[in-house]
Structures are given as structure tokens and as C-alpha cells.
Design a protein around this ligand. Sequence first.
Ligand code: FAD
Ligand code: DLZ
Length: 510
Amino acid sequence: MASLILILGDQLSPDISALDGADPANDHIVMAEVHDEASYTNHHKKKLVLLFSAMRHFAERLRADGWRVHYQAYHPDNPHQSLEAVVAAQLQATGAERVVTTECGEWRLHRQIRQWHQRLKVPVEIRPDTRFLASKQEFADWTKGRKQLRMEFFYREMRRKTGILMTPEGEPEGGQWNFDADNRKKWTGKPPAPAPCRVEADAITREVIALVETHFKDHFGTTDDFHFAVTADDAGAALSHFIDFALPCFGDYQDAMAESEDWLFHSVLSPYLNCGLLDPLSVCEAAEQAWYAGRAPINAVEGFIRQILGWREYVRGIYWLHMPGYAQQNGLGNQRPLPSFYWTGETGMRCLHKAIDATWRNAYAHHIQRLMVTGNFALLAGIRPEAICDWYLAVYADAYDWVELPNVLGMVMHADGGYLGSKPYAASGKYIQRMSDHCRHCQYRVTKATDDDACPFNALYWHFIDRHRDHFANNPRMTMMYRNWDRQAPEKRRGLLQRAEWLLDHLEQL
Ligand code: FAD
Ligand code: DLZ
């Protein structure tokens, strides 16, 4: 029986499970750039270029390997603008009698594909995505009987399972599971941060850039200076570049931010991991090898591997365990709209301006900018989770619902009642001052709290603490904050709350 094999835009891996056992002489592959997928959010222009170009390169590679591939390039006048419509047309055109695909990474599309067997009237086989190290079932089993989930314990399971950074005796290499305590240095310009790996746009990418500029000109961001890898070979080169030049300092400066550097010592590999150009286990093994070869210290290598073996797998597990209800949660009852400066970067708050400006230019900001600047501000200002989630889903080249939603709704907004993180990542301007040089260039004074030119993060932080007392006062990890708040003189507290109320009423003017 001939199969029609659907490969999605984030499934660009030659060993994707949909191809298992397939026969190039008998089966047909379909890939499609469609309006419905390109427009369900205001995708950054660079994300569209990355995906369409990587999809086109992958289709070429499949053809070179002998597969018959139907590839639909984007055009607004195409008769089929959804994946379902393209698949339906290809079933007719090829005479294939069933559809095979790998489960997708979003509840929205997953729900549609699950109904295709009824709508298309052929069997639709949805195979597990074996590129993740823990299956959905394995994660669900791990959560059973646990009152509280801790990423750290799940991560240790993943270390044991894969043997990554484990001694032959089954102990963690370096004598510790986690070296995070060594990873909190401020970066003051030395050692110099390496330039990111750059891949020059080829003819296919240039054609896609023109397409995006024509048909998606109102989307967020710019296509200028597009230099992402769009093939597995080039993504492999980006991995080598990271291991050689940035990994040794990754740990030390993991939490740092800097005016002059967009990427610091981060890997910038998430866009490739998430669309299938890189395999997560191979990336971890490459980092592990660097440590065994003495080319990077353990705090860097362990810290990097923890992000992939630990956090990446953990958030994916939580997503599938709790969707679709997870997306509706709003544990802190936030209702404020997203300030428009998230889309323009036009704000006097220097840290926010820099993070949003980098996001607009690069479709990238590193973890601490996402968590402690744009995320922290949204948390303190009480932005409606749906609005801030949609922003994060749109603006990053690595954004897919399975990874964006738990990070934003759970980790940043604490909207899931503390399921993903036991304590909100709320911080005043002091944290940003400690980890960056932004405050020196800011129109607001981080040392002030209630004056007109005081850093907005300061008063907003205390307002957050005060207004959510019912939620957090009994949380042992928050006791110290409440003690500090309650210790302040009543008139100082009143002044802070007044300033915060003013800020909340004037978010658009900050
Ligand atoms: P590095 O700092 O070099 O880390 C290495 C790798 O670890 C990353 O490539 C990524 O695959 C993985 N990783 C690190 N932290 C996380 C995490 N918290 N969750 C999942 N994987 C992680 N990551 C995405 O891939 N897509 C998203 O849409 C996304 N949205 C985020 C939104 C917020 C509010 C926050 C706080 C984090 C988000 N992250 C997301 C996680 C993280 O910020 C990015 O993975 C990271 O910044 C990507 O840059 P990098 O490749 O240079 O990462
Ligand atoms: C994100 C995205 C975009 C922008 N465009 C397409 C597309 O045209 N065709 C496609 O197959 N996939 C695309 N994707 C990815 C999907 O929207 C979706 O996020 C993932 O397939 C979920 O696993």
C-alpha cells in the first residue's frame, strides 16, 4: 500500500520516524509552505526565512536520496493554504492509500491531524517523535506519585539514561550533578565574546528572503543580515563553532547581559535543534567530548548539557502532560494588555529596549534577556498570559508552542500555580544592574525607587510582592522577600505602591 508521508517544517531530520520503513520506489513525501502555518502568529521574518529555506534544502536532499517529493512553495494564490488541503490533494494526485506522519509539536495542529482520518477517509498513522530523549509516556510515568516536580531530579534521570557525563560507576562526572553555583559571573568585556557562526545566504535563501519581504512585509522583525544555517551540515558547523569558541565560557557568563553583545557565549543552536537540523543527543555528546578532551571546563559543559537534557526535555514533557488546559491557566489573574513597546522597542528602559531591539534584528535573545528582562517586566506588570505568550511565540526563530508555552506561562508568568517553578522569577532593577551594564546607559536610575526617574522595575517589584501576598507569603522560598517588605517603614511602602500604581497606569509611556 503506497503511503503519503507528511514532513512538517520542524521535522527536517533524515531519521524522522515518519520515514521509518518507507520505500522511495513506492511512497511519496509531501512538504508544504502554507498560509495557515505561516500566519497563525506574527512570526518573525527571520523565522519564516529560516523555516522555508531549511524546508526547501531538506526537500532537495530527500530528492537527491531518491525520494519522490511534492513540495509546495508559498504563494498567496496557491489553491491549498492548509496542510490538510495539500495532503488531500496529494492523496488524489498520487493514489496513496494512507498518510504517515510524525507527531507534531503543537496542540493546535496535533488536534487537527488527529481528525484527518475521518476527514480524509484514509488511515492516518501518527508516529512518536523519537528525536526527544524522553517519550511523552516516560515523562508521564516519571511524574506519577510526585507531589512537586523538580527539573533537577528529572535531569538526573536523563543523565543516567543516556550515560552523558556519567562515570563507569554510575556517578556524575566531576563529583556533582550540577555546577550552577559557578555560573553567575557578570561579563565586563573580557574575555572577548566570539562572533556568532555566520552562513552566507545561497540562491535558495535569497529567493525566500525576497518572498518573505513581499508577502510577509508586515510581520515583526527584519530579514537583514540573515545568517542562520539552513542545512544540517551548516548547523553542524555552527555546533563546532560554539564548542570551539564559546563553550569554554558558557558557564561563567550564562546569566550575563551586555550592551555591546547580542549573543555572548550562548550557543544559538535552539533554532536548529527545534526544526530538526541538529539532534539533541549528538549536541550533548559533542559538548561532553569537549570536556573529556580538556577543551572546556565542567561547569560550562554540565551547564550546557543540563539545558538540553534537562530543561528542554522537561518543558516538553510538561506541555504534553497538561495540554490543552495548560494554555488557559492564569493563576495570578493578570489582565493587563501587552505594552506596544514590546513590538517596537521604543521604551526608555534600557534593558528592555536592548532585549527587544536584539529580538527584532536577530529573532534571538538569550535566556536571561527572555527570563529576567522581557519576562520579568511582564510578570511584574501583570500582563495577560495569553498576550505575552503570543509575543514570545512570534518573535523568536526557535519558538514553537511546546517549548515557548511552558517557559512563558509557567517559568516566567507563574500562571500555572507554581507547577513548573517553585518560585516566581521576579526581580527588581538591582538584579539587572548586577548582571549587566544596561543601567549605566539608562534614563532611569536603578538606585532610586520612588522618584520620577526611578527604575520602574524597583517599585513594580514591591507592588508584585504586595499584591500577591495570598499566593506567595507561605512559600518558604519567598519568606525573605515578605520579611524585607514588611520591615520597610509604612510611608516608604506607601510611596513604592503609589509609584507602582502610576507606572501601571502609564506603561505605554515608559
Ligand atoms: P543556550 O543558552 O546556548 O542553551 C543551549 C540549549 O539549551 C538551547 O539551544 C535550548 O535548546 C536549550 N534550552 C536552554 N534553556 C531552555 C529552556 N528553558 N527550555 C527549553 N530549552 C532550553 N527556547 C526555545 O527553544 N524556544 C522558545 O520558544 C523559547 N521560549 C522561551 C521563552 C522564555 C520566556 C524563556 C525564559 C525561555 C525560552 N526558551 C525557549 C528557552 C531558552 O531561552 C532558549 O532555548 C535559549 O535562549 C536559546 O538560545 P541558545 O540556543 O543560545 O541557548
Ligand atoms: C512554524 C511553521 C511555519 C512558519 N510554516 C510552516 C509551513 O509552512 N509548513 C509546515 O509544515 N510547518 C510550518 N511551520 C511549523 C508548524 O507551524 C508547526 O509549528 C510545527 O510543525 C509543529 O510541530
